[in-house]
Design a protein around this ligand. Structure first.
Ligand SMILES: [Zn+2]
Length: 142
């Protein structure tokens, strides 16, 4: 399974104006900032001056459920499963799934890549997912 978003792709500091924004060539505010003693890449956000390592800052950073399970759920929604049945079978609250959907919308490009490549969903199914989210997030036309 591909990595969704890694440190250096966005700032994991919630108080930062650039928190959660995927970095592109237009917005290079995350810079490499040496390595830790254990050899992990360290990055620094130029907007908030915070430094952080690769253990932070995955797409679904600090959510209690594993990234794989979250993406599985998103894939089910894209495939047309009803939220109510996912709530029944997955044991997660509807609010929780809604939160994942919003997070996914913020990283639409990374989520799409995984759903297209690893889950082999169709473009139409993914568009259906975004319609469900009601927000195209940072998806860019490319
Ligand atoms: Zn920042």
């Amino acid at each position: 399974m591909s990595k969704l978003a890694q440190v250096g792709d966005f700032c994991p500091n919630k108080n930062c104006p650039d928190y959660g924004k995927l970095q592109g060539h237009q917005l290079p505010n995350i810079i490499k900032f040496g390595t830790t003693k254990k050899g992990r890449q360290r990055s620094k956000c130029k907007s908030c001056q915070q430094t952080f390592t690769e253990t932070k800052g995955t797409l679904f950073y600090r959510r209690r459920t594993s990234e794989t399970e979250i993406i599985d759920t998103l894939a089910h929604i894209a495939e047309g499963n009803r939220l109510s049945s996912l709530v029944r079978t997955g044991g997660h609250k509807e609010d929780t799934i809604g939160d994942w959907l919003r997070a996914a919308g913020q990283h639409a490009e990374a989520v799409e890549e995984v759903l297209l490549n690893d889950y082999e969903l169709s473009r139409g199914q993914i568009d259906g997912l975004w319609a469900y989210v009601g927000n195209k997030g940072e998806k860019k036309l490319s």
